[in-house]
Design a protein around this ligand. Sequence first.
Ligand code: ADP
Ligand code: MG
Length: 228
Amino acid sequence: MNDILIQARDLCVSYRTSRERIKVLRGLSLELRRGEAVAIIGPSGSGKSTLLNLLNGLLRPDSGQLRVFGREAAELGEGDWAELRRTRIATLFQDGNLIPTLTVERNIAFRAGLAGLQQHGGQALLEHLDIAATAQRYPDQLSGGQRQRAALACAFAMQPELILADEPTGSLDQATAQRAIPLFFDAIRERTVGALIVTHNAELARRCDRVLELRQGALNPWDSALSS
Ligand SMILES: Nc1ncnc2c1ncn2[C@@H]1O[C@H](COP(=O)(O)OP(=O)(O)O)[C@@H](O)[C@H]1O
Ligand SMILES: [Mg+2]
């Protein structure tokens, strides 16, 4: 099995608006292996969400080389990417990505079902995240923090190989984040997944193997000694 999940070299992405062209990623390179967690930090607007959208195939780079699971991204069609997102890549968006017409329990079963799983351990995940009581509720009946935890449960229930998370603990208080964080590292320790986690949670970043800062369109090792 290929242990290199992501290989990105010199990726450039820009957005065109009616008035200007904004260069967001300017030669970004990154490698992520199975069993590895990488934290991405960087100021608002630096391109963190753009990077995640590139890695889950929702956005195409202007130039540069990207390989996911050993496959050349340029050769993947929309259907290939959709298949990867169904079965191998879990993306946790900032605003959660639950289906509004399904209860929490059904969201989990649906997500696992798309990945071809009958057994998903969803109930145990909900209990671990302290939201078992929300199983029969719809997303709009949840608080922001409960929605974020339900989205986490969905992501882990599909047993992904690659987790792309955009501030996965951003809506959680410290105590709740503390319960959610081990989910990532249990899966990573088992070497079944690799995770790229955009986060400002110091505890989450500290437990990652590497912390990279997105600055001026590229990733740089973050040296905590240099920052205040
Ligand atoms: N669809 C878009 N069209 C135009 N500009 C965009 C679009 N999406 C993001 N941007 C711009 O690209 C830059 C990076 O955005 P984003 O990746 O969301 O940053 P971050 O997640 O680090 O806050 C910002 O300046 C943002 O305004
Ligand atoms: Mg963002």
